[in-house]
Design a binder for this molecule. Structure first.
Ligand SMILES: [Cu+2]
Length: 229
């Protein structure tokens, strides 16, 4: 039981939320294809007079058995409510708009569409010569308003926690290099200070610069003389 709880926590921590605009600009789902993992959430956002229903690849504009349906646009409180669908597998999930002949005109999309074989292009092509069937009732997901979705997104704040391990990991190496850098600059700074102070007396006067070597020579000569004596 404990293992199951931990696994579900881990799954929810990495869950992502995908938003699909349904008919915002013409007969399109935007994005048309959604790459999603198990546990991810897809939120369909509606514009007049569109909706979304799941279909089988082989029957593009017909609601599939056990598939999801948002209900008609009017049933979404004219777009105020979004259709929230939870992804439970990574198999391709095909969908279409049930309004008018939108499906035949290319208003189709998919979650996890393959890039070869059964592609979204093949699905759209197959949709052209079909007759649309609208499912009888909303199913397979939930209609939620923005407030409900906000609380849902807040609990799924896993996307934020996914970033924190990466951030702490990258700061660790840079932190270890900082101490070695400061110790090196400290040594340079302390060694450069004597050099600077010894240079300043020699530049203070030409007389001093000449007298110093002369004094040195005299001292050496006197020292040599003293050794001789
Ligand atoms: Cu439509």
């Amino acid at each position: 039981m404990r293992t199951v709880a931990i696994l579900s926590l881990a799954a929810s921590a990495f869950a992502a939320t995908h938003v699909v605009e349904v008919g915002e600009s013409g007969l399109h789902f935007e994005p048309q294809t959604v790459p999603a993992d198990e546990g991810d959430t897809v939120i369909f956002k509606f514009y007049p007079q569109h909706d979304v229903a799941q279909a089988a690849f082989n029957a593009p504009c017909v609601g599939s058995n056990g598939g999801f349906y948002s209900g008609p646009f009017t049933g979404t409180d004219n777009g105020k409510k979004k259709f929230v669908y939870n992804v439970t597998s990574t198999s391709p999930i095909w969908f279409y708009c049930t309004t008018g002949k939108h499906c035949q005109q290319g208003m189709v999309g998919a979650i996890n569409a393959p890039t070869s074989g059964n592609t979204i292009e093949a699905f759209a092509e197959a949709a052209k010569n079909t007759t649309t069937e609208r499912p009888s009732a909303m199913s397979g997901g939930e209609l939620e308003d923005d407030q409900q979705i906000a609380s849902l997104t807040a609990s799924g704040g896993g996307s934020a926690s996914t970033n924190s391990p990466t951030a702490s990991g990258s700061s660790a190496p840079s932190g270890s290099s900082t101490p070695s850098g400061t110790s090196a600059s400290t040594t340079e700074a302390s060694s450069s200070t004597p050099t600077g102070s010894s240079a300043s007396p020699s530049s203070s006067g030409v007389a001093d610069a000449i007298s110093a070597p002369v004094t040195g020579v005299l001292a050496a000569v006197l020292g040599f003389a003293a050794w001789l004596l």
